[in-house]
Design a binder for this molecule. Sequence first.
Ligand code: PRX
Length: 652
Amino acid sequence: MPENAASFLETVMREERVFAPSPEFASRARIKSQEEYENLWNEAQQNPEAFWDKIAQTELHWFQPYSQVLQWNEPFAQWFVGGKTNASYNCLDRHLNTPWRNKAAILWEGEPGDQRTLTYQQLHREVCKFANALKGLGVKKGDVVSIYMPMTPELVIAMLACARIGAVHSVIFAGFSAEAIADRNNDASAKVQLTADAGWRRGKQLPLKETVDAALAKSPSVQKCVVLRRIGNQVNMQEGRDFWWHDLMQDASADCPAEPLDSEHPLYILYTSGSTGKPKGIRHTTAGYNLYVKKTFEWVFDYREEDIFWCTADCGWVTGHSYIVYGPLSAGATQVMYEGAPNWPAEDRFWEIVEKYKVNIFYTAPTAIRAFIKWGDRHVDKHDLSSLRLLGTVGEGINPEAWMWYHRKIGGERCPIVDTWWQTETGGIMMSPLPGAIAAKPGSCTKPLPGVIPAIVKEGGQPVEQGQGGMLCIAKPWPGMLRGIWGDDERYKQQYWSRVPGMYLTGDNARCDKDGYYWIMGRIDDVINVSGHRLSTIEVESALVSHPNVAEAAAVDRPDEVKGQALSVFVIVRDAEPSDELREELRQHVGKEIGAFAKPDEVWFTAALPKTRSGKIMRRLLKDIASGKEEVGDTTTLEDLNVLAKLRAHEE
Ligand code: PRX
């Protein structure tokens, strides 16, 4: 329990409280009042194309101007048609003729405590050199480069080097398994793999190259592999296929002009879970995405040139793509980048970093906040956090109790909190308080950003009554939106545009209160969110069923104090006796198949699974059981009621 649990209850009871920005904060903010926000939002709503046109003209560098702002051929959008730009140019070269040239772009800290600072000019040089190294390996415009690297500056360098030459990066979070890498490499027909010998995580070495070796054995399209020496351990280097990063860099020229790329040239693919087993390669393109993340970064984080920003996400997720790489760097921001775990060598590591670098804006996930609460206030109390002026959250809803702790303990009751709702698919933040303009309500992501037109509808597309919950949709295209699923237009149409006519279906439920504040109410599909990581139930179930002793499996999430949602799986065993050893073996097996973050928190053994007459697993009921609820939901379609009774009795 948190050390100050008693005071939580009190504050949670007053959850309806509203936290308005202080006059001092508002007076210095980019957007200073609710009225100013509303004017901007209305302007964008009335004429979205004119609104984005005005911004795009000045905020991006155009090698060639565009001739049309939006070409909307539902559900396919093209923004800034005919224009040519380059995201790497916008992030780097644009700053080189300004005093930003010598500004720190990245203040990096490795988990063991090593540090590096890269100014914009230094970062530019490294990116140019690595872009030439990629060219030397035969990488051409449009080729897919798969990146499986630790949170080192080279990960950012690799992404920007791809963008510079028009190669498409597919970053795979360095916690994924060899199987998961191979699946993604094959789906994208990746040509080159980038990795490191190993990475640090909680004092341990993650054997990245070893995992990549296993993945490449099953990724026939990958011809070359570049290995960063991060730790210096012994790794297998395959002659003709594998190259050391430092060897390539030694010979590479630092002269590599950014390639003028079509606005709609693909910038990256990022795989995310959907409601079917196969991960979807979300496809983002150049100009619209770049513009959207830059502008939302400036609006939501109220970024000022003297600020030090820190987003604790990993570049393996969309948050890192948008708010470590493309947003902050396009905006000329100075940011902290940290390689490792929040509790290494101790539970105060994040606060130590905040104090040391005097971080002003701090952006993290609710799951981390709940872990800090559990670890106890004493770790926070050791450090001076007075540099902080703004806090943010992302990835899942934040419970009001955690919000209050964040506000009080980290924000010293003076920092606004921006609860940012968005998705891999949306490219950037869609709903969030603008910190100088919109009062926060703990647990609500508040209001849509300018240019975002949400709608809450029932099945069929009818709007719900005010205050009622329904499916959250976005009614108009926006520049940061996904352009499709890699190689699968049908799935794109079916998944996002078929259920509600004319609108983008987010997959989340939400309600909007009388003040126009949005409250996200979880997913409508078979996607679960564990510690801010999106997984589909089917992915986990397929992983389990691939074990020889599993006949059938069902995965559900249930509320958890720290993780927000924990992963429970129900398993029908074959050719073995249920045992604790098997339980552990199955957990490890899922870890191996998907990645350690997906290991189930609990494994329940069962003789049968509750199913509807049409054979669909009733996850809703399993969820109730996993959450320890006595009363389960509606069972009228349940095939065999005995199953439930047996599960309840923990019969194995
Ligand atoms: O369900 C919503 C939840 O995370 C989903 C998107 O996951 P992903 O594509 O992995 O991107 C995470 C980082 C942007 C959403 O559909 N989600 C994200 N942010 C919030 C949230 N739920 C509630 N409140 C949020 N602030």
